[in-house]
Design a protein around this ligand. Structure first.
Ligand SMILES: [Zn+2]
Length: 381
């Protein structure tokens, strides 16, 4: 079995510790770059471009879609009609009037089509969008939307690459904090440091090399021996709600709780925009906290951030903002974690209650059937 772990570089990453005291105590004023620091050991990661190279130069590449396409269904099309009598491929306006678009893969999505059509022309090399898709649950995984989800879903395909392991905050953090400031570590500061840690790791991942490739592309000799100009794009990031809150730098279940549109009630179609104004606001609030000694839970900070449930952490993904990237748009809905888990649990409980009414052996019969279902991969989920 191929183990990526053996090749991970180990890094001791320093994370800034806010010089912020609890309420009711004297204010600590200190410029941000002079604030006390503590070390978080064991940030294990693979550079984003290494993952890209490994995927495009490995055997998985054979199944990659390099050019996105539209996938349409024509309900009126009879199976006896030969393809030659069907409408042409382009322009798409010639498709039958009642055709339906089928969405299921990144390479058939309007987002990838748009990214592909915006690629600068290259007279000598084929230009390709590498569609990064991230998943995280403390462990960050990455794979590419150029490959079908049906292949990626197979445990034996090894399509998922380990991107990074986010360490926990050190056990002795509370002791260090107390020693430094002579006040106990509050839950507010702890939550803030979790945001800082997540984005410190992503600052490492979004390295200068990656940003250069993001802007200018990277030329790779792919698995088939052909050189291509690859443009890395980040398309989706899937995580459970607490982790999305850290990634989107918003307050947990605040007034604007949705990590994508910041509205959980109406869910606007378009994502919230990462803007220079937003970044300026975060920098301004950090200056208030560090240099002016404002309290994080104080009214001035609250007034500045509350309208959009923001937190005073610089979002690492904002490094790509000036190149057209909007981090709010990547947080896709996770039906299992955000909706279906609760609904399914309620339906399942109801089914078991029905089985109890049906007869004594009904529940054990259902258990027996469940035991016959093979586990996913080598383990349980
Ligand atoms: Zn929303």
């Amino acid at each position: 079995m191929f183990l990526v772990l053996e090749f991970f570089p180990l890094l001791n990453q320093q994370i800034l510790l806010l010089s912020q005291r609890g309420e009711g105590l004297n204010k600590v004023k200190c410029p941000e770059d002079e604030a006390p620091e503590f070390e978080v050991q064991g940030v294990i990661y693979q550079p984003l471009l290494d993952v890209l190279m490994e995927s495009f130069q490995g055997p998985a590449f054979e199944k990659y879609h390099l050019t996105p396409f539209e996938y349409c269904h024509d309900p009126a099309l009879h199976p006896t009609i030969t393809p030659s009598s069907t409408p042409g491929h382009e322009p798409f306006g010639e498709l039958p009037p009642k055709h339906q678009h089928v969405y299921g893969e990144i390479y058939t999505s309007p987002a990838m089509m748009k990214a592909h059509l915006m690629l600068p022309p290259d007279p000598t090399l084929e230009t390709v969008v590498a569609a990064y898709m991230f998943w995280s649950d403390s462990t960050h995984l990455a794979n590419f939307g150029n490959e079908s989800k049906y292949t990626r879903a197979q445990p034996t395909s090894n399509a998922c690459q380990h991107q990074a392991y986010i360490p926990s905050l050190p056990d002795d953090l509370a002791d260090q904090y107390c020693k430094q400031f002579r006040v106990p570590l509050s839950s507010l500061i702890l939550t803030h440091l979790k945001h800082e840690l997540m984005h410190a790791v992503w600052v490492i991942l979004l390295s200068a090399e990656f940003i250069e490739a993001y802007i200018y592309s990277i030329v790779l000799e792919c698995y088939d021996g052909v050189k291509r100009r690859i443009f890395p794009h980040i398309f989706t990031y899937s995580a459970d709600y607490p982790e999305k809150v850290l990634l989107a730098t918003i307050k947990y279940l605040g007034g604007c709780p949705c990590p994508r549109c910041l509205d959980m009630k109406t869910h606007s179609k378009s994502a919230q925009e990462d803007t220079p104004w937003l970044q300026h606001k975060i920098s301004m609030v950090r200056q208030w906290i560090f240099a002016s000694g404002q309290l994080m839970a104080g009214s001035a900070v609250d007034k500045a951030l509350k309208a959009k449930s923001l937190v005073p952490t610089r979002n690492a993904f904002s490094k790509l903002r000036e190149y057209g990237f909007n981090f709010y748009s990547i947080f896709v809905l996770d039906f299992l974690h955000e909706f279906e888990l609760g609904v399914w649990k309620a339906v399942f409980t109801h089914c078991i209650q029905i089985l109890h009414v049906i007869g004594v052996g009904a529940v054990s019969s259902m258990n027996e059937r469940y035991r016959k279902v093979p586990t996913f991969g080598w383990s349980t989920i």
